[in-house]
Design a protein around this ligand. Sequence first.
Ligand SMILES: Nc1ncnc2c1ncn2[C@@H]1O[C@H](COP(=O)(O)OP(=O)(O)OP(=O)(O)O)[C@@H](O)[C@H]1O
Ligand SMILES: [Mg+2]
Length: 295
Amino acid sequence: MPAQNHISKLTLTNFRNYAALTIDLAPGAVVFSGDNGAGKTNLLEAISFLTPGRGLRRAPYADVAREGGDGGFALHARLDGPDGQVEIGTGISGGDTAGEGGRRVRINGASARSAEDMLEWLRVVWLTPAMDALFTGPAADRRRFLDRLVLAIDPGHGQRAIDYEKAMRGRNRLLTESSRDDRWFDAIETQMAETGVAIAAARAEMVRLLAAMIDRLPDTGPFPQADIGLSGELEAEIAVAPAVDVEERFRRTLAEGRERDRAAGRTLDGPHRSDLVVRHRPKAMPAERCSTGEQ
Ligand SMILES: Nc1ncnc2c1ncn2[C@@H]1O[C@H](COP(=O)(O)OP(=O)(O)OP(=O)(O)O)[C@@H](O)[C@H]1O
Ligand SMILES: [Mg+2]
């Protein structure tokens, strides 16, 4: 079970301020302490690369590779768990920087098909001070946060999001080119409906699990209880209707919205517009109006 794996050894090579570092880690909570600029956040960023995506700073690889190094970087983690040890390696080699997004991944020494393969062994989520504005900032940040949580319970979510984005970019291209190729639109919209509804369903499931966890929190504890939900038509429908019906309805919404979307130059309906809605339960106040600590 990934939930029981822990990182027992972490090696960084030419990563940020580390030319070469190896640390051994015990199971359980770990605290890093050190002066400002010592490299604590860099260590967390290194761990955030042990899952698909661009890491907790969303930095280009050129910034991540150590200044004065060869332009590449490598990370290596040994995981210990009930099923034994697993070795995960990732990085880019010097001169590879043109291949943004093309970080290489090795599992037990063998090249992985994609970064998604790491999810079989390790699920990583983070909440950092830079995300202080999670509730006051743009919905896109909350969607990204939510989708990373979903990824922790459902490794297929990442590919779904990629497929949806790709289809939507294709549709947006048709819209801006003022294309009237209805069969092309139909094909793309069918794909968007399939992947879009699967995304909404996975998010709804995550929110259901989170809500159940929140309900188990004592109301006298340090964390205030919260009411959480999703705003978004698909997410609302998926809670009450079978997925096939929601899919068919979304497909129709997209088809009927072509003219309006053509005027807007982009797709206006879909899970890429949804939001995570959080309210402070005792105060019945939206999280964005609460204090930082209350959030
Ligand atoms: N590509 C890079 N090459 C070399 N050094 C880098 C690179 N990127 C960042 N650094 C350096 O890494 C150092 C450590 O940064 P980090 O954010 O990990 O510090 P920190 O320990 O979290 O500090 P704080 O307590 O202030 O948050 C910084 O001084 C920064 O200049
Ligand atoms: Mg820091």
